[in-house]
Each structure stands twice: as structure tokens, then as C-alpha cells.
Design a protein around this ligand. Structure first.
Ligand code: G1P
Length: 292
């Protein structure tokens, strides 16, 4: 297998759970403390060896391309003023990394978004990263874990973790043939099942490394009741061949920042780890909870 060097970031979603904040910016630009979700995701990808970043955007939102713009005039100003710490903060992407922006056109679902990257990806395995699934940096790199497992098994691999019963209907759910290790063959996968229909509690997390075979399957995938093409439905078709799709158990700490609660939890967790503010934040939370 060729090296896996391309990652797709679907960022054209409507972000309805975060309106009105998402009227003019994608939800992936919401910050955890001072860094947008998309930047954490890009840093994870680059640390895993990705060198081409493909953003599937919605035409009216330019905030993500602006965020990764080198901003030469501002750099020059900070440079002439000797403000190295600000220059460092402006460097949102290292040199040598290619950025590609593809408008999704219509918001027709995650599968449709991934399909837009077909021509740029070509005949290679590639990664898909959903930035609103925030995985706290500092632990094992989840994208690297998937890349290693895909190379080892010559197959597509996706991230999973157990989710509570009341969240099962919010995620893709997979059932595995558990061999006792972290990487297992998937036996069934279904998008957002009702709890009573779910094959397990293993939720699909927004990290995937996929074979280019997926593009053909996405082209054959029917829209769901809501008119969306689901990536999970194409992944289910991968199961027509044996040992073609694996699940890797997520090792990191993940927050679903597509929901308000997950976003606030991620913010508090990171604030308690941020040397500049952690002591004050701890004191503040204690003061709030004293009389509860
Ligand atoms: C998408 C996928 C779902 C997956 C989830 C992870 O859903 O369709 O299978 O479990 O991401 O966050 P969405 O969050 O876009 O509704």
C-alpha cells in the first residue's frame, strides 16, 4: 500500500445545533479555549503523516480558508515588532502542507461530502476527520492508529468507542468479531439505529482511514429518508467482502463537540489543563459548586 498522505475534512455542514453562532462560521471554527476545533484536527493529521488537507466546504463560509492563510502582512508587522509569540500563533499550518478547498455545493450528507474528494484522492487510501469529534491532544494519535492498522490489514479501518444507551441513536453503530485486541473485523454497521435495533453499543467516532473502493460504493449509495447520502451506508457495502473493514478502539479522550454538552465538557477539561488559567478555573468551579 502507498503511504497515506491525504485527509478529507468535511466542514460544509449546517451546524444547526450551534445556531446562531454557525450562521456565518462553520462549527469547526468554534474554539476550545483559543484554538478552533479544525486546527486541533489538522494538527492531529499532520502529526500522523498527512501532507494534503482537503476541506469540503460550504461556499458561503470562508473562515476556514482564512484561518489557514499565512497572513503575510500581519506576519511582517509582528516580525518587525519582534513579537515572536504572536508570529508563532499565526502559524496555523507548517510549510510543505498542501491545502485544497472543494465546495460541497449542497449539504447532502457526510457521504456526499467525502465523495467530492474522489478526483483529488485518486487511487489511494485516505483519512477522513470530523473535527467536531474533538480528541484531546496529548495521548495516542487516533489518525496514526488507523493509518497503522489500515497498512497492517490492507483494509479500511474506523475508530469506535462504547457509547451509553441514550446516545446510540446519534451515531453509526458497529458490531465486531472481538479477538481481544484493539483492532477487530466489523461484522455489521448501521447508521443511527434505534436502541432496540442496535447491534451493539460501539459508536463510530469521526476518524476513518478508507480504501478508494469507498468512492464507487458512495456513488451507488441511495439517499436516506432525510435526503442525505450516509458514509456509514457505503461502509456497510464494504462488508460484502471478508476482512474488508476493521474497527479500532479509540484510545484517546473524546468529546462530541457537535453537541453543546460535549463542547462545554471539552472546554472545561482543556481549561483545567491550561497552565495559564487552570488554578483560577478550578477555584471558579469550586465557588460555583460550593452550595450545590
Ligand atoms: C456522523 C456519522 C456517524 C458518526 C458520527 C461521529 O454523524 O454519520 O456515523 O457516528 O458522525 O461523530 P453526524 O455527527 O454528522 O450526525
Amino acid at each position: 500500500m502507498k503511504k497515506i498522505t491525504k485527509a478529507v475534512f468535511p466542514v460544509g455542514g449546517m451546524g444547526t445545533r450551534f445556531l446562531p453562532a454557525t450562521k456565518s462560521i462553520p462549527k469547526e471554527m468554534l474554539p476550545i479555549i483559543d484554538k478552533p476545533l479544525i486546527q486541533y484536527a489538522v494538527e492531529e493529521a499532520i502529526a500522523a503523516g498527512i501532507t494534503t488537507l482537503i476541506f469540503i466546504t460550504s461556499a458561503s463560509k470562508h473562515a476556514i480558508s482564512d484561518h489557514f492563510d499565512p497572513k503575510p502582512l500581519l506576519r511582517k508587522k509582528f516580525d518587525s515588532e519582534g513579537k515572536q509569540h504572536l508570529l508563532d500563533k499565526l502559524t496555523t499550518i507548517p510549510s510543505g502542507i498542501t491545502r485544497v478547498f472543494i465546495p460541497q455545493g449542497e449539504p447532502l450528507g457526510l457521504g456526499h461530502a467525502v465523495l467530492q474528494a474522489k478526483d483529488i484522492i485518486g487511487d489511494e487510501y485516505f483519512s477522513v476527520i470530523l473535527a467536531d469529534d474533538f480528541i484531546k491532544p496529548g495521548g495516542d494519535n487516533p489518525t496514526k492508529q488507523l493509518i497503522d492498522a489500515a497498512i497492517e490489514n490492507s483494509a479500511s479501518v474506523i475508530s469506535v468507542e462504547e457509547v451509553p444507551d441514550d446516545r446510540v441513536s446519534q451515531y453509526g453503530i458497529a458490531d465486531i468479531n472481538n479477538n481481544g485486541s484493539d483492532v477487530n473485523v466489523i461484522e455489521t454497521i448501521v447508521e443511527k439505529p434505534a436502541l432496540e435495533d442496535a447491534p451493539s453499543n460501539l459508536g463510530v467516532i469521526g476518524r476513518y482511514v478508507l480504501s478508494p473502493e469507498v468512492f464507487g460504493l458512495l456513488e451507488d449509495t441511495q439517499s436516506d429518508k432525510g435526503g442525505e447520502i450516509q458514509l456509514t451506508d457505503a461502509l456497510a457495502m464494504l462488508l460484502n467482502k471478508p476482512d474488508n473493514l476493521y474497527a479500532a478502539t479509540l484510545k484517546g479522550k473524546r468529546y462530541d463537540c457537535g453537541h453543546k454538552l460535549g463542547y462545554i465538557q471539552a472546554t472545561i477539561d482543556c481549561a483545567l489543563d491550561d497552565g495559564d488559567i487552570s488554578a483560577d478555573v478550578t477555584q471558579f468551579i469550586q465557588s460555583l459548586t460550593k452550595n450545590v
